[in-house]
Design a protein around this ligand. Sequence first.
Ligand SMILES: O=C(O)c1cc(=O)[nH]c(=O)n1[C@@H]1O[C@H](COP(=O)(O)O)[C@@H](O)[C@H]1O
Length: 243
Amino acid sequence: MKNSLIIALDFPDKNDVYGFIKKFNNEQLFVKVGMELFYKEGPAMVQELKEMGHDIFLDLKLHDIPNTVGRAMRNLASLGCDLVNVHAAGGKEMMVAALEGLEAGTALGAKRPKIIAVTQLTSTSEEQMKGEQLISVSLEQSVLHYAKVTQDAGLDGVVCSSNEVKLIREQLGEQFLTVTPGIRMSSESVGDQKRVATPEFARNAGVSMIVVGRSITRAEDPVLAYQLYKNAWEGKVYETKNS
Ligand SMILES: O=C(O)c1cc(=O)[nH]c(=O)n1[C@@H]1O[C@H](COP(=O)(O)O)[C@@H](O)[C@H]1O
């Protein structure tokens, strides 16, 4: 699982997903099923992708009272995905309930999916965080704080931007997973993302897994785009600028 490049399957429905996946000629991928696809196709989509041999990050970002999140996680555990997530802002008690629900829902002898918490979305800038969430510390400190609460709750890691990973590594150790979206080549437009980095910057920062969406799924040649990102992530080509 570590060192993976996760492709965000942000498509409207399964026809688009299968059209996309077909281009990869049976290559085993690590894919992310998010809200757009899951709300249309439901759990069957996850099971079908799993049967095709792909690893799955089910990104539903649960954020509710502990009882609700715990019971929802129990159901998600039965889908056989590899990675799930919650919002750290839901609090330690909610995250503990999520982990307990996941453990309770994992079939005997099966591997519990890894569970990570979103700290500050990569679409959030420090200015927005201070103005809208009334958090007065720096964005990096806020992410680190959420990461500490997440680790205290017993979760496996966090979602953050590549910019905060060095600090998280230093303070929370090498085993704690860091999953980073907001990945762009320096020549690309950032779109709605605010805290972005190149694959090479992510690798040098010690990121565990990167998430890449539109740069691959909307590329003219998605397989070529995937290969370019993968090569940069694995250090086979050089993209130096952190945009
Ligand atoms: O949890 C996530 O995956 C996530 C967290 C976050 O802070 N930022 C973020 O962009 N994501 C997801 O990562 C993907 C990024 O997509 P692109 O910006 O198209 O590469 C999207 O599917 C987002 O839902």
